[in-house]
Design a protein around this ligand. Structure first.
Ligand SMILES: NC(=O)c1ccc[n+]([C@@H]2O[C@H](COP(=O)([O-])OP(=O)(O)OC[C@H]3O[C@@H](n4cnc5c(N)ncnc54)[C@H](OP(=O)(O)O)[C@@H]3O)[C@@H](O)[C@H]2O)c1
Length: 214
């Protein structure tokens, strides 16, 4: 039995995959480049499975879309009913990288809601991990503090499943409410991303963490 499938073999796949192994979850990596999927699976652990193509049906109950927003839309639409019953974790930041001055989603919606609109009716989309940079997920902490992972979704059971994974991975899950809160999570992370690229903040280098302190 596989707990988690990660679709994608890039930086976030490595970060979330590292945390999934740390959480003791069984993990499968699917990628359109089978050699890359095999290499990442081997890097993460001998027992991590890999799929030979992104078309292979995900085995995990949780499916992490570790893909750019446009690819996540394509992949979810292409899978269709095969994702029914799955929890789809949308981690995307739909930034317009041609201008680095806005999001590509219209005001009043979010990448998570757009993906949910494309998903099979029996799939639940949960927004999570979009405010954590890939490099920080490998250790799971910044400045010795566990990362906060903000979780938004409309399916309470699905959010509990994601929060349980996050907590077991040594991170702090924070349920921020319904899926539409993804608008704010995506907008806020866009601001944080611009700071990484701002030379005025020379210690910010995609190595910061967004955390609620008490
Ligand atoms: N990097 C971060 O710190 C960070 C933080 C929070 C959220 N995010 C979000 O996480 C997502 C992934 O980011 P990343 O940094 O992991 O990106 P990445 O390192 O560029 O990896 C992207 C992955 O998506 C695959 N891919 C791209 N287009 C595809 C398509 N049309 N069909 C199938 N697979 C496709 C790539 O495959 P190939 O290698 O074959 O191209 C690669 O495996 C993005 O939505 C990003 O906004 C990133």
């Amino acid at each position: 039995m596989t707990d988690i499938t990660i679709i994608g073999t890039g930086n976030m796949a490595r970060g979330i995959g590292t945390r999934a192994v740390a959480a003791g979850r069984t993990l499968e990596i699917l990628g359109r480049d089978s050699a890359a999927a095999q290499a990442l699976a081997a890097e993460l652990g001998a027992s991590v499975a890999f799929g030979s193509s992104a078309d292979a049906t995900p085995a995990g109950a949780l499916v992490v879309l570790a893909l750019p927003f446009d690819a996540a839309q394509e992949v979810v639409a292409a899978y269709g009913e095969a994702l029914s019953g799955k929890v789809l974790i949308d981690i995307t930041n739909p930034v317009d990288f041609t201008t680095f001055d806005s999001l590509v989603v219209a005001p009043g919606t979010s990448a998570a809601e757009e993906i949910a609109a494309l998903a099979a009716p029996g799939a639940s989309v949960v927004k999570a991990f979009n405010t954590a940079f890939a490099g920080t997920l490998v250790s799971g902490s910044v400045a010795d503090a566990p990362l906060d992972i903000f979780i938004a979704g409309d399916d309470a059971e699905a959010k509990v499943a994601v929060a349980s994974f996050v907590a077991d991975a040594g991170l702090r899950p924070i349920d921020v409410g319904p899926l539409r809160r993804s608008r704010e999570l995506e907008g806020f992370q866009f601001v944080i991303m611009t700071l990484q690229a701002n030379p005025e903040f020379d210690t910010f280098n995609w190595n910061t963490g967004l955390k609620v302190l008490v």
